[in-house]
Ligand binder design. Sequence first.
Ligand code: NAD
Length: 274
Amino acid sequence: MTSQIPPLPLVPGRGLSGRTALVTGSTSGIGLGVARALAAAGANVVLNGFGDAAEITHLCATLEAETGVTVGFSGADMRKPEEIAAMIAEADARIAPIDILVNNAGIQYVSPIESFPLDKWDEIIAINLTAVFHATRAVVGRMKERRWGRIINTGSAHALVASPFKSAYVAAKHGVMGLTKVVALETAEFGVTCNSICPGYVWTPLVEKQIADQCKVHGKSRDEVIRDILLAPQPTRRFVTVEEVGAIAVFLASDGAQSITGTSISVDGGWIAR
Ligand code: NAD
């Protein structure tokens, strides 16, 4: 099956020029790193997430000035299916149909299962898993029609292996991995790929926020949590950077990755090699 859109160069650089990417949860952390990398590779990007309105406006303007691409923003709440649909329709109308969807928005909560708050379970499943379904569902038809598309899910090492006290997160991320495989099978003949990037620990606000909870459940100090809990399973003993995750997203979005689908790429310092 050949793509109706002329092929882009295999080597990144500005190889994504003319593509439009939506990165959910991209006002900070990994999502912002991925959005920056895609923009640097020439893709127009739509940012999404929460944060201070003036800071987000400044962020969009800076990214546009640095990269020369068009940068849009949607404050859609990924817990709300109607806001996800509206964000995608608006991106389509204002910039272009989404060629590259990065399902990245996510939250974390750490607690033993017997006291895991019910509202936290629902919220994690809604943002980390159900939103991936809604956003994918909204873009995939147009991608199939256009015979080109990239769906990149931010999984986690926790999409492949478990840790205690993260029942909702591990369940959601394993779900994302299953969904990744189904979408890959349904789109394989249409020039569309779907994969998950599975980072180990990346130093972002999401990790910073869980340190206090980890101190509580493990009875350890902050330094002990970083050394004995967070970096213990990561043989490199260093945090992954958002730039490293961004580089993999650019590769998966390139035409060089067109035969990679339904799988995961671990960026975890060797975590799951154990
Ligand atoms: P982060 O807290 O820095 O960023 C999360 C982003 O999601 C922010 O932009 C936030 O505004 C947005 N967001 C949160 N709730 C939202 C909602 N309801 N609607 C729209 N946007 C919302 O977190 P991060 O560490 O960059 O995590 C990003 C993704 O990477 C998540 O899916 C997370 O599970 C995954 N991940 C993180 C790590 C890590 O160590 N940091 C490791 C593996 C996977």
